[in-house]
Design a protein around this ligand. Structure first.
Ligand code: CP3
Length: 354
């Protein structure tokens, strides 16, 4: 396959020298882009975009035409796995994702299948292949999955939640049952990520969006344990090229030392976590990705530029930092403000790599 023209994202994740800090953005393809809104309207729905490889490829490419990002991320969703398990994913305007058949009983858990990605999630594997071809080596492609715990929250709650009563109820009252479900999810996620890697994903990221809702001991037992299992099952390289891995736990700032032991090459940080202290805590063990406050993108470009400088300064000199937001971009951000962020990373980061 084509060699990469720009590999600074991969290099930074592996803590190899780079001449500036790489930058990309969680949810970089999405509603803040007018061309995305148009594409979604043509497609009829978000899920149509995800399940049609040509449209998913187009959505992936859109932000790269506007901004000098150093990585592309597969356009898809974390809820493809539960959908492939038969839960019937749908989206309602304003309410977010929902499942027709949420997991309610022990029998529901017992009958959950482990999807075969090449059959049941074929549209994702095909999208990865097509995107990789379309990128022509310009920047690396990131594949991703939700973490078992985060997927379980949606599967048991039936959609988004604030207090996570149902899934935590299951955790407190029938922990073995939840473990049985998480175990199936871990096997499914590992197979799914390996299929993405085989199809051409050059790095993979595990989104543990709701790990931070757990107590410290429950985080270790119900979330991190499975992230670690998945990492151990992942393909580590393709054609001699290492496939770096990123673990992002929103609200995980308290547990960085434990997360470091899970074996990922990099940890994603949310905006509440102090990047300077985080670096001191993890030492040379992992790279760090993040962590500008997504809400800072509402500010004027001059202020955004200052906020970028602060993040760069917090990480300090040397490789091992990937610039990103601390969570996904919000849908009503002005795209010009994203350009201000990317330009500032390009302008101010070389000083940290001399
Ligand atoms: O980062 C990227 O650009 C890649 C694409 C991506 C999407 N979802 C596209 C999307 C990724 C990596 C995700 C992951 C995802 N999906 C997560 C974990 C990441 C995180 O934010 O921590 C979660 C929790 C989901 C589930 C999900 N999908 C939610 C909560 C929503 C929002 C619903 C809403 O109406 O706001 C989605 C929909 C979704 N996923 C959109 C996009 C671009 C918006 C769809 C649209 O309305 O066009």
């Amino acid at each position: 396959m084509t060699a990469l023209n720009n590999d600074i994202f991969i290099r930074a994740l592996l803590k190899q020298p780079v001449d500036r800090t790489p930058v990309w953005m969680m949810r970089q393809a999405g509603r803040y882009l007018p061309e995305y809104r148009k594409l979604r309207e043509q497609a009829g729905s978000f899920l149509n975009l995800c399940t049609n490889p040509e449209l998913a490829c187009e959505a992936t490419m859109q932000p790269l035409r506007r901004f000098d990002f150093d990585a592309a991320i597969l356009f898809s969703d974390i809820l493809t796995i539960p959908d492939a398990m038969g839960l019937g994913l749908y989206f309602t305007e304003g309410e977010g994702p929902r499942f027709k058949y949420p997991v309610k009983t022990a029998a529901d858990i017992k009958k959950l299948p482990i999807p075969d990605p090449d059959i049941d999630l074929r549209y994702v594997v095909d999208a990865v292949r097509l995107i990789r071809k379309t990128l022509q080596g310009s920047v690396p492609l990131i594949g991703f999955s939700g973490s078992p715990w985060t997927l379980a929250t949606y599967m048991v709650e039936g959609g988004s939640s604030k207090s996570f009563q149902k899934v935590k109820g299951l955790m407190y009252e029938q922990p073995k049952l939840l473990h049985a479900m998480l175990d199936k999810l871990a096997q499914s996620v590992a197979a799914y990520l390996n299929a993405q890697i085989e199809a051409g994903a050059q790095a993979v990221m595990l989104f543990d969006t709701w790990g931070g809702m757990l107590t410290s001991e429950d985080y270790i037992e119900f979330s991190l344990y499975y992230a670690k299992q998945i990492k151990a099952l992942l393909k580590t390289d393709v054609d001699g090229q290492q496939i770096p891995t990123i673990l992002f736990t929103k609200g995980g700032g308290l547990w960085l030392e434990a997360m470091t032991d899970a074996g990922y090459d990099a940890l994603g940080l949310d905006w509440q976590t102090d990047l300077q202290k985080a670096r001191a805590r993890v030492g040379d063990q992992v790279a760090l990705q993040g962590n500008m406050d997504p809400v800072a993108l509402y500010a004027q470009p001059e202020i955004i530029s200052e906020k970028v400088k602060t993040v760069l300064q917090k990480y300090g000199s040397g490789s091992g930092h990937v610039f990103n937001l601390g969570h996904g971009i919000l849908p009503d951000i002005n795209p010009d403000h994203v350009k201000a962020m990317v330009d500032a990373v390009h302008k101010y980061s070389p000083a940290y790599h001399q």
